[in-house]
Design a protein around this ligand. Sequence first.
Ligand code: MLT
Ligand code: MN
Ligand code: ZN
Length: 306
Amino acid sequence: MRITILGAAAGGGFPQWNCNCRNCAGVRSGAVRARPRTQSSIFVRDDQAADGVLFNASPDILEQIRANPALQPNRRVRDSAIAGVVLMDGQIDHATGLFMLRERGSPLPLWCTDPVEQDLTQGNPILRVLGHYCGVQRERIVPDGTPFTIPGAPGLAFRAFALASKAAPYSPHRDAPVPGDNIGMLITDRTSGRSAFYAPGLGEITPPLFDVMSGADAVFVDGTFWTDDEMIALGLSKKTARDIGHLPQSGAGGMIEWLDQMPANARRFLIHINNTNPILDEDSPQRAELARHRIEVCEDGVTLEI
Ligand code: MLT
Ligand code: MN
Ligand code: ZN
Protein backbone atom coordinates (compact mmCIF):
# COMPACT_ATOMS: atom_id res chain seq x y z
CA MET A 1 0.00 0.00 0.00
CA ARG A 2 0.99 3.62 -0.40
CA ILE A 3 0.64 6.06 2.47
CA THR A 4 1.00 9.75 1.69
CA ILE A 5 1.71 11.97 4.67
CA LEU A 6 -0.47 14.99 4.01
CA GLY A 7 0.11 16.61 7.39
CA ALA A 8 2.50 15.41 10.09
CA ALA A 9 1.85 18.12 12.69
CA ALA A 10 -0.59 18.10 15.59
CA GLY A 11 -3.30 20.72 16.06
CA GLY A 12 -1.94 24.19 15.34
CA GLY A 13 0.53 22.97 12.71
CA PHE A 14 4.20 23.96 12.55
CA PRO A 15 4.96 26.79 12.88
CA GLN A 16 1.79 27.67 14.78
CA TRP A 17 0.37 31.10 13.87
CA ASN A 18 0.78 32.71 17.31
CA CYS A 19 3.71 30.74 18.65
CA ASN A 20 7.28 31.86 19.22
CA CYS A 21 8.59 28.79 20.99
CA ARG A 22 12.15 27.84 20.00
CA ASN A 23 10.93 25.64 17.16
CA CYS A 24 8.30 27.98 15.73
CA ALA A 25 10.49 31.11 15.87
CA GLY A 26 13.48 29.08 14.70
CA VAL A 27 11.83 27.58 11.64
CA ARG A 28 10.58 31.05 10.62
CA SER A 29 13.99 32.68 10.97
CA GLY A 30 16.02 29.74 9.71
CA ALA A 31 17.87 29.40 13.03
CA VAL A 32 16.43 25.90 13.54
CA ARG A 33 16.85 23.26 10.82
CA ALA A 34 13.29 21.94 10.57
CA ARG A 35 10.55 21.61 8.00
CA PRO A 36 7.12 23.22 8.34
CA ARG A 37 4.29 20.76 8.68
CA THR A 38 0.53 21.02 8.22
CA GLN A 39 -2.11 19.48 10.47
CA SER A 40 -2.70 15.79 10.92
CA SER A 41 -3.84 13.73 7.92
CA ILE A 42 -2.77 10.81 5.73
CA PHE A 43 -4.03 9.46 2.39
CA VAL A 44 -3.90 5.70 1.87
CA ARG A 45 -4.16 3.72 -1.38
CA ASP A 46 -3.43 0.14 -2.28
CA ASP A 47 -0.52 -0.51 -4.66
CA GLN A 48 -2.55 0.08 -7.84
CA ALA A 49 -5.66 2.19 -7.33
CA ALA A 50 -5.88 5.91 -8.06
CA ASP A 51 -8.52 6.37 -5.40
CA GLY A 52 -7.90 6.02 -1.69
CA VAL A 53 -9.07 6.89 1.78
CA LEU A 54 -8.44 10.20 3.51
CA PHE A 55 -7.74 9.75 7.20
CA ASN A 56 -8.88 12.93 8.93
CA ALA A 57 -10.01 16.10 7.22
CA SER A 58 -7.44 18.64 8.37
CA PRO A 59 -8.09 22.39 8.43
CA ASP A 60 -5.18 22.43 5.93
CA ILE A 61 -6.85 20.00 3.49
CA LEU A 62 -7.00 22.40 0.53
CA GLU A 63 -3.29 23.18 0.79
CA GLN A 64 -2.58 19.45 1.22
CA ILE A 65 -4.54 18.57 -1.93
CA ARG A 66 -2.70 21.25 -3.92
CA ALA A 67 0.65 19.97 -2.66
CA ASN A 68 -0.12 16.33 -3.54
CA PRO A 69 -1.29 16.00 -7.19
CA ALA A 70 -2.25 12.32 -6.66
CA LEU A 71 -5.33 13.61 -4.84
CA GLN A 72 -6.58 15.31 -8.00
CA PRO A 73 -6.46 12.75 -10.86
CA ASN A 74 -8.43 15.00 -13.29
CA ARG A 75 -10.65 12.35 -14.92
CA ARG A 76 -13.75 14.54 -15.25
CA VAL A 77 -14.84 18.11 -14.69
CA ARG A 78 -15.43 17.53 -10.98
CA ASP A 79 -13.14 14.85 -9.53
CA SER A 80 -11.14 13.72 -6.51
CA ALA A 81 -9.11 10.66 -5.54
CA ILE A 82 -10.75 10.80 -2.10
CA ALA A 83 -13.13 7.84 -2.08
CA GLY A 84 -14.12 8.39 1.52
CA VAL A 85 -13.03 9.97 4.78
CA VAL A 86 -12.23 8.17 8.03
CA LEU A 87 -12.04 10.15 11.28
CA MET A 88 -9.76 9.06 14.12
CA ASP A 89 -11.50 11.41 16.55
CA GLY A 90 -13.70 14.51 16.45
CA GLN A 91 -10.99 17.08 17.23
CA ILE A 92 -10.59 20.36 15.35
CA ASP A 93 -7.39 19.25 13.62
CA HIS A 94 -9.07 16.11 12.26
CA ALA A 95 -12.58 17.25 11.44
CA THR A 96 -12.88 20.89 10.42
CA GLY A 97 -11.49 20.22 6.93
CA LEU A 98 -14.83 18.53 6.21
CA PHE A 99 -16.21 22.01 5.59
CA MET A 100 -13.72 22.42 2.74
CA LEU A 101 -15.12 19.36 0.94
CA ARG A 102 -18.66 20.81 0.79
CA GLU A 103 -18.68 21.32 -3.00
CA ARG A 104 -19.05 17.59 -3.68
CA GLY A 105 -21.92 16.68 -5.95
CA SER A 106 -23.07 13.85 -3.69
CA PRO A 107 -22.97 13.18 0.05
CA LEU A 108 -19.44 12.62 1.36
CA PRO A 109 -18.84 9.01 2.49
CA LEU A 110 -17.72 9.47 6.11
CA TRP A 111 -16.61 6.68 8.44
CA CYS A 112 -16.59 7.45 12.15
CA THR A 113 -17.59 5.95 15.48
CA ASP A 114 -20.85 6.80 17.23
CA PRO A 115 -19.11 9.01 19.86
CA VAL A 116 -17.36 10.98 17.11
CA GLU A 117 -20.64 11.39 15.26
CA GLN A 118 -22.06 12.80 18.53
CA ASP A 119 -19.12 15.21 18.89
CA LEU A 120 -19.75 16.43 15.35
CA THR A 121 -23.51 16.79 15.61
CA GLN A 122 -23.69 18.17 19.17
CA GLY A 123 -20.55 19.83 20.52
CA ASN A 124 -19.29 20.98 17.13
CA PRO A 125 -22.16 20.37 14.71
CA ILE A 126 -20.10 20.16 11.53
CA LEU A 127 -22.20 17.31 10.15
CA ARG A 128 -25.43 19.27 10.62
CA VAL A 129 -23.95 22.30 8.89
CA LEU A 130 -22.69 20.12 6.02
CA GLY A 131 -26.28 18.96 5.58
CA HIS A 132 -26.88 22.37 3.97
CA TYR A 133 -24.19 21.59 1.37
CA CYS A 134 -23.23 18.12 0.05
CA GLY A 135 -24.18 16.32 3.26
CA VAL A 136 -22.49 13.18 4.50
CA GLN A 137 -23.23 9.55 3.97
CA ARG A 138 -22.23 8.47 7.43
CA GLU A 139 -20.97 4.90 7.92
CA ARG A 140 -20.54 3.50 11.42
CA ILE A 141 -17.14 2.35 12.68
CA VAL A 142 -17.42 -0.11 15.55
CA PRO A 143 -14.03 0.04 17.29
CA ASP A 144 -13.81 -3.62 18.27
CA GLY A 145 -11.35 -4.90 15.67
CA THR A 146 -13.98 -6.34 13.30
CA PRO A 147 -12.67 -6.14 9.70
CA PHE A 148 -14.53 -3.87 7.26
CA THR A 149 -14.03 -2.44 3.80
CA ILE A 150 -14.75 0.90 2.14
CA PRO A 151 -16.47 0.62 -1.26
CA GLY A 152 -14.34 3.21 -3.07
CA ALA A 153 -11.13 1.54 -1.90
CA PRO A 154 -11.81 -2.19 -2.27
CA GLY A 155 -8.14 -3.17 -2.19
CA LEU A 156 -7.83 -2.26 1.47
CA ALA A 157 -9.23 -3.81 4.65
CA PHE A 158 -9.62 -1.98 7.94
CA ARG A 159 -9.86 -2.85 11.63
CA ALA A 160 -10.55 -0.11 14.18
CA PHE A 161 -9.57 -0.22 17.84
CA ALA A 162 -10.79 1.99 20.68
CA LEU A 163 -7.88 3.88 22.25
CA ALA A 164 -7.31 5.66 25.51
CA SER A 165 -6.76 9.25 24.40
CA LYS A 166 -9.05 12.28 24.73
CA ALA A 167 -12.14 13.67 23.06
CA ALA A 168 -12.22 17.34 22.05
CA PRO A 169 -13.08 20.03 24.65
CA TYR A 170 -16.55 20.45 23.04
CA SER A 171 -17.26 16.73 23.10
CA PRO A 172 -20.15 15.47 25.22
CA HIS A 173 -17.58 12.89 26.51
CA ARG A 174 -14.60 15.15 27.23
CA ASP A 175 -14.55 14.24 30.92
CA ALA A 176 -16.32 10.89 30.74
CA PRO A 177 -14.50 8.95 28.01
CA VAL A 178 -16.33 6.27 26.06
CA PRO A 179 -14.83 3.65 23.71
CA GLY A 180 -14.59 5.18 20.27
CA ASP A 181 -13.78 8.78 21.26
CA ASN A 182 -10.43 8.04 19.64
CA ILE A 183 -9.45 5.09 17.51
CA GLY A 184 -6.41 3.45 16.01
CA MET A 185 -6.66 1.74 12.63
CA LEU A 186 -4.99 -1.34 11.22
CA ILE A 187 -4.98 -0.98 7.43
CA THR A 188 -4.18 -4.03 5.30
CA ASP A 189 -3.52 -4.22 1.56
CA ARG A 190 -5.66 -7.19 0.58
CA THR A 191 -3.35 -8.14 -2.30
CA SER A 192 0.08 -7.83 -0.73
CA GLY A 193 -1.08 -8.67 2.79
CA ARG A 194 1.07 -5.82 4.11
CA SER A 195 -0.32 -3.70 6.93
CA ALA A 196 0.08 -0.40 8.74
CA PHE A 197 -1.23 0.74 12.10
CA TYR A 198 -2.22 4.40 12.42
CA ALA A 199 -2.92 6.14 15.72
CA PRO A 200 -2.22 9.90 15.74
CA GLY A 201 -3.71 10.29 19.23
CA LEU A 202 -2.64 7.53 21.58
CA GLY A 203 -2.53 8.11 25.32
CA GLU A 204 -1.87 4.62 26.60
CA ILE A 205 -0.66 1.35 25.13
CA THR A 206 -2.23 -1.78 26.56
CA PRO A 207 -0.87 -5.31 25.94
CA PRO A 208 -3.74 -6.22 23.53
CA LEU A 209 -3.17 -3.02 21.58
CA PHE A 210 0.55 -3.68 21.49
CA ASP A 211 -0.19 -7.09 19.94
CA VAL A 212 -2.07 -5.33 17.13
CA MET A 213 0.77 -2.86 16.62
CA SER A 214 3.35 -5.66 16.62
CA GLY A 215 1.55 -7.45 13.81
CA ALA A 216 1.89 -4.47 11.45
CA ASP A 217 4.69 -3.92 8.94
CA ALA A 218 4.70 -0.23 9.87
CA VAL A 219 3.25 1.89 12.65
CA PHE A 220 2.39 5.60 12.47
CA VAL A 221 1.84 6.59 16.08
CA ASP A 222 1.35 9.60 18.33
CA GLY A 223 4.42 11.84 18.14
CA THR A 224 2.82 14.85 19.86
CA PHE A 225 5.18 15.43 22.78
CA TRP A 226 8.71 14.46 23.78
CA THR A 227 8.12 14.91 27.53
CA ASP A 228 5.01 14.63 29.66
CA ASP A 229 5.44 18.17 31.01
CA GLU A 230 6.49 19.77 27.70
CA MET A 231 3.75 22.40 27.60
CA ILE A 232 4.00 23.11 31.34
CA ALA A 233 7.78 23.62 31.19
CA LEU A 234 7.30 26.17 28.39
CA GLY A 235 4.59 27.97 30.37
CA LEU A 236 2.06 27.25 27.61
CA SER A 237 -0.39 25.01 29.48
CA LYS A 238 -1.15 23.54 32.88
CA LYS A 239 -1.78 20.08 31.46
CA THR A 240 0.56 17.18 30.90
CA ALA A 241 0.77 15.25 27.64
CA ARG A 242 -1.03 12.33 29.29
CA ASP A 243 -3.77 14.69 30.61
CA ILE A 244 -4.70 15.51 27.02
CA GLY A 245 -4.40 11.95 25.75
CA HIS A 246 -0.90 11.79 24.30
CA LEU A 247 1.80 9.34 25.41
CA PRO A 248 5.14 11.19 25.45
CA GLN A 249 8.11 9.67 23.65
CA SER A 250 10.72 9.87 26.41
CA GLY A 251 10.77 8.43 29.90
CA ALA A 252 9.54 5.28 31.61
CA GLY A 253 6.63 3.68 29.78
CA GLY A 254 6.99 6.23 26.96
CA MET A 255 6.60 5.63 23.25
CA ILE A 256 10.29 4.87 22.64
CA GLU A 257 10.22 2.03 25.17
CA TRP A 258 7.19 0.51 23.47
CA LEU A 259 8.54 0.88 19.96
CA ASP A 260 11.80 -0.77 21.03
CA GLN A 261 9.79 -3.94 21.67
CA MET A 262 8.38 -4.07 18.12
CA PRO A 263 9.60 -6.83 15.78
CA ALA A 264 12.97 -5.90 14.27
CA ASN A 265 11.74 -5.47 10.67
CA ALA A 266 8.79 -3.19 11.50
CA ARG A 267 9.10 0.46 10.50
CA ARG A 268 8.25 2.94 13.24
CA PHE A 269 7.03 6.44 12.41
CA LEU A 270 5.98 9.30 14.65
CA ILE A 271 3.15 11.46 13.36
CA HIS A 272 0.90 14.23 14.82
CA ILE A 273 3.91 16.14 16.15
CA ASN A 274 3.32 19.23 18.26
CA ASN A 275 5.23 22.36 17.29
CA THR A 276 6.96 22.41 20.71
CA ASN A 277 8.48 18.94 20.26
CA PRO A 278 12.30 19.09 20.05
CA ILE A 279 12.33 16.17 17.55
CA LEU A 280 11.27 18.67 14.86
CA ASP A 281 14.76 20.18 15.06
CA GLU A 282 16.78 17.89 12.82
CA ASP A 283 19.96 18.76 14.73
CA SER A 284 18.55 18.09 18.20
CA PRO A 285 19.87 15.38 20.54
CA GLN A 286 16.28 14.09 20.82
CA ARG A 287 16.16 13.55 17.05
CA ALA A 288 19.49 11.70 17.24
CA GLU A 289 18.10 9.53 20.02
CA LEU A 290 15.13 8.57 17.84
CA ALA A 291 17.52 7.61 15.04
CA ARG A 292 19.39 5.33 17.44
CA HIS A 293 16.08 3.59 18.13
CA ARG A 294 15.30 3.40 14.37
CA ILE A 295 12.28 5.66 14.82
CA GLU A 296 11.45 7.93 11.87
CA VAL A 297 9.73 11.34 12.01
CA CYS A 298 6.99 11.89 9.41
CA GLU A 299 7.26 14.78 6.95
CA ASP A 300 4.54 16.29 4.79
CA GLY A 301 4.39 15.27 1.15
CA VAL A 302 6.23 11.96 1.54
CA THR A 303 4.66 8.79 0.14
CA LEU A 304 5.71 5.59 1.87
CA GLU A 305 5.41 2.23 0.18
CA ILE A 306 4.54 -0.31 2.83
C1 MLT B 1 -4.93 17.03 20.09
O1 MLT B 1 -4.88 15.95 19.52
O2 MLT B 1 -4.74 17.14 21.33
C2 MLT B 1 -5.23 18.19 19.18
O3 MLT B 1 -4.23 18.30 18.21
C3 MLT B 1 -5.81 19.37 19.74
C4 MLT B 1 -6.27 20.40 18.73
O4 MLT B 1 -6.59 20.09 17.57
O5 MLT B 1 -6.31 21.57 19.08
MN1 MN C 1 -4.95 16.29 17.37
ZN1 ZN D 1 5.59 26.67 18.82
